[in-house]
Design a protein around this ligand. Structure first.
Ligand SMILES: [Zn+2]
Length: 147
C-alpha cells in the first residue's frame, strides 16, 4: 500500500466518522483502483445530510482533508479540491459571499479536526480496515464505531 492509498483511506475515514458523528447513516466506505481514474475513494450515505445545518455539512465535507492532516497521511490533492468545490456550492446556496468562504472553510476544517480527535481510536480502526479490505459496509462500520 502506497502513501497515497493510505492517505485516501484517512481521507474517507475522515468523511465517514464525522458524518456518523452528526447522525448521518453510512452505507459504505471504500477505496478502489481503476486504470482510467487511478485510486479513488468514496463514502455512501443513506441520506446525504439534507437535514443538517449547512456548516455541519461543510464540516463533513472538510473532514476528508482533516483526516489526512490529523493522521499525517496526505491523499492526492484533487480529493480535497473536489470537496472544496462542493463546500463552495453549499456556501453559495446558503447566501455566503465568496469573500467569506475561506473563513468558513477554515472553521469547518477545524471543527472536523476536533471531532476526529474525539473519535481518534475509531477513525484509526476504520483507516486500518479500509487499507486492508478496501471496503467497509454498514454493519462493519457500525461495529467499528460502537466498540
Ligand atoms: Zn473527500
Amino acid at each position: 500500500m502506497t502513501e497515497t492509498q493510505r492517505g485516501l483511506c484517512c481521507h474517507e475515514a475522515g468523511h465517514a466518522v464525522v458524518a456518523w458523528s452528526f447522525g448521518v447513516p453510512v452505507i459504505a466506505v471504500y477505496v478502489s483502483f481503476s486504470v482510467a481514474r487511478g485510486w479513488q475513494g468514496g463514502t455512501k450515505y443513506y441520506w446525504r445530510s439534507r437535514a443538517l445545518h449547512y456548516m455541519d455539512r461543510a464540516t463533513s465535507l472538510a473532514a476528508g482533508r482533516a483526516g489526512e492532516e490529523l493522521f499525517d497521511c496526505p491523499a492526492h490533492y484533487s480529493a480535497w479540491l473536489a470537496d472544496l468545490s462542493e463546500i463552495s456550492v453549499l456556501l453559495n446556496a446558503n447566501g455566503i459571499s465568496e469573500d467569506e468562504h475561506w473563513a468558513r472553510v477554515t472553521e469547518a476544517r477545524e471543527c472536523a479536526r476536533l471531532i476526529l480527535k474525539n473519535h481518534r481510536e475509531r477513525a484509526i480502526k476504520l483507516v486500518n480496515r479500509l487499507a486492508e479490505a478496501g471496503h467497509v459496509g454498514d454493519a462493519e462500520f457500525l461495529r467499528l464505531m460502537t466498540k
